[in-house]
Ligand binder design. Structure first.
Ligand SMILES: [Zn+2]
Length: 141
């Protein structure tokens, strides 16, 4: 499923709120922006993956890996591990909510995906999942 970066997130499901923006819904058919991202960004992004939302029964495989992995993608950082491809993350910052597949972390690490600046900034500056501020925001939304 492809969604253009920063386009409205179209799914009316749990954790879907008015004004939610899509980030990182990549497919092979469309080029995506590439570049280096900071360690700090990757580190914080991983925390979001550890605290994902919308765990689904289905899963997405990474279309950019060759050969394509048959199942979920494994990621590890600082002794913590997670399987990516069957959940989403929510980043909340300054009144904006960003909805991304948790595979976004893998795209950044393995395929040099560089998300929009405002998303990077939201990950860096916004509250981390697990913090009281984040949980309050998510609950209120
Ligand atoms: Zn991949």
């Amino acid at each position: 499923m492809y969604l253009r970066d920063l386009s409205p997130y179209p799914y009316k499901r749990e954790y879907q709120f008015l004004g939610t923006l899509s980030v990182g819904w990549l497919t092979k058919q469309y080029p995506y922006s590439q570049g280096e991202t900071s360690e700090d960004f990757k580190k914080r992004l991983f925390v979001f993956c550890l605290n994902h939302v919308r765990q689904t029964r289905g899963f997405h495989v990474c279309e950019f890996c060759t050969p394509s992995p048959p199942f979920l993608v494994y990621a590890q950082r600082d002794d913590k591990e997670v399987w990516l491809g069957s959940a989403e993350i929510r980043v909340v910052y300054q009144g904006n909510i960003y909805a991304a597949p948790d595979l976004l972390y893998h795209y950044v690490i393995e395929h040099r995906y560089c998300p929009p600046d405002e998303f990077i900034n939201a990950v860096l500056e916004g509250p981390l999942p697990g913090s009281p501020k984040y949980e309050t925001l998510i609950k209120r939304l």
